[in-house]
Design a protein around this ligand. Structure first.
Ligand code: GLU
Length: 449
């Protein structure tokens, strides 16, 4: 039965590749899910007949638009904007916006596809979507970023709404960009619709703990994996790649739980601080001054900067890839395993290549896949939507406690699905199946749409 289904999965996969040429990251994300969900189709054969897999792989709507803008010197530029509204079975499309020069349809589709299952796992009423642009905010002035965001929103505003599609941040989009986009949405629609964007500033409807949520959540998830093995963060050496929003708050929470972050990175290289990274310095450097990771060494003379190279060469107990997709290869995974790494929590989206995941699973490393481990960000976005709907503003501790409970639930759901479907400890399969079943069941209930 399973072999037969695998055969039909291959047909579906080949069809996805043919229909979406050149979109390698999207193919990769689809393949991983299709490889995982076969046992769920044995339990629910009605999904096969209803063509749920084929439907789930086809976005409900994809929009590509022109974003013209002018720089401070008056020079004109054109970028491309994208919003992929992937699946609205569980709620309004929900997912961030990424501004990065590497952005093209294949990246936004992989992110949107993953978001469907991640959002389902949170247990909250949110569908899956993603958007972005190949605009590079790096080195741009605030007014250039503002003009770009305003132009981007002139097109995006027709597609979104608090009950339709609720974007947020992702790489290159933080509180500043959300602020400019919210202002322009309000102006274009003449509506103060707080729930149309999440990740807002605290002065106009944002939620406390949203900034911290992805990093905190990922750390809570790893804590759960460790706890199940009677282990903890206490005294552990942790490597956190990246130095953006996810990495910064992973650092803070790891330290609070007794661990030590000994390496962090950016696109230029990585810094090793054997004494443990100082949260205050990193927060100031990256959030306030928008500087590079190597500047950390100006303040902590014992730390060393390695230009280029792989941060995964640094021996550690726990690895938390929190930079970007495919940043941790099979070779890196082998190095980590060789150096005694016992757990991995994916803070970024799809940071480990398929080869790397296989290495971790074969070696018995506790592996928290992105869909489960980094779901705390979007979950807290859903909490922000709840507060906006009730015109409420919850205390930090209240939001954090809810986030913590959501991450515990995600761990439980994921590990129970792995047990039920015969692959105990394989949280990749567990997360994919648990996320998938809920979406598929609701798609059945809604009929052929
Ligand atoms: N971009 C984040 C993610 O990858 C958050 C999305 C959101 O808050 O809507 O899940």
């Amino acid at each position: 039965m399973v072999t037969q289904l695998s055969g039909s999965m291959e047909t579906i996969y080949n069809d996805v590749v043919k229909r979406n040429p050149g979109e390698a990251e999207f193919h990769q994300a689809v393949k991983e899910v299709l490889e995982s969900v076969a046992p769920a189709l044995v339990k629910y054969p009605e999904f096969v007949e209803a063509r749920i897999i084929e439907r789930i792989c086809e976005p409900e709507r994809q929009t590509i638009f022109r974003v013209p803008w002018q720089d401070d010197k008056g020079q004109m530029h054109v970028n491309r904007g994208i919003r992929v509204q992937f699946n609205s079975a569980l709620g309004p499309y929900k997912g961030g916006i990424r501004f990065h020069p590497s952005v093209y349809l294949g990246i936004i589709k992989f992110l949107g596809f993953e978001q469907i299952f991640k959002n389902s796992l949170t247990g909250l009423p949110i569908g899956g979507g993603k958007g972005g642009s190949d605009f590079d905010p790096k080195g741009k002035s605030d007014s250039e970023v503002m003009r770009f965001c305003q132009s981007f929103m002139i097109e995006l505003h027709r597609l979104i709404g608090e009950h339709t599609d609720v974007p947020a941040g992702d790489i290159g989009v933080g509180a500043r960009e959300i602020g400019y986009m919210f202002g322009q949405y309000k102006r274009l629609t003449n509506r103060f619709e707080a729930g149309v964007l999440t990740g807002k500033g605290l002065l106009y409807g944002g939620s406390l703990a949203r900034t911290q949520a992805t990093g905190y959540g990922c750390t809570y998830f790893v804590e759960e994996m460790l706890k199940a093995k009677n282990n903890s963060f206490d005294g552990k050496k942790v490597v956190v790649s990246g130095s953006g929003n996810v990495a910064i708050y992973t650092l803070e929470k790891v330290v609070q739980l007794g661990g030590k972050v000994i390496a962090m990175s950016d696109s230029g290289g990585y810094v090793v601080d054997e004494k443990g990274f100082d949260f205050g310095t990193i927060k100031r450097l990256k959030e306030v001054e928008r500087r590079r990771i190597k500047d950390y060494c100006d303040y902590h003379k014992h730390a060393r900067y390695i230009e280029g190279g792989s941060i995964w060469d640094v021996p550690c107990d726990i690895a938390m890839p929190s930079a970007t997709q495919n940043e941790l290869t099979g070779k890196d995974a082998k190095e980590l395993v060789k150096n005694g790494c016992i757990a991995v929590g994916e803070g970024a989206n799809m940071p480990s290549t398929p080869e790397a995941i296989q290495v971790f699973l074969d070696a018995g490393v506790l592996f928290g896949p992105a869909k489960a481990a980094n779901a705390g960000g979007v979950a807290t976005s859903a909490l922000e939507m709840q507060q906006n709907a009730g015109r409420e503003a919850w205390e930090f501790a209240e939001v954090d406690a809810k986030l913590h409970q959501i991450m515990r639930n995600i761990y439980k759901t994921t590990s129970e699905a792995a047990d039920e479907f015969g692959v105990p400890g394989n949280f990749v399969v567990g997360a994919n199946i648990a996320g998938f079943i809920k979406v598929a069941r609701v798609m059945m209930i809604h009929g052929l749409i």
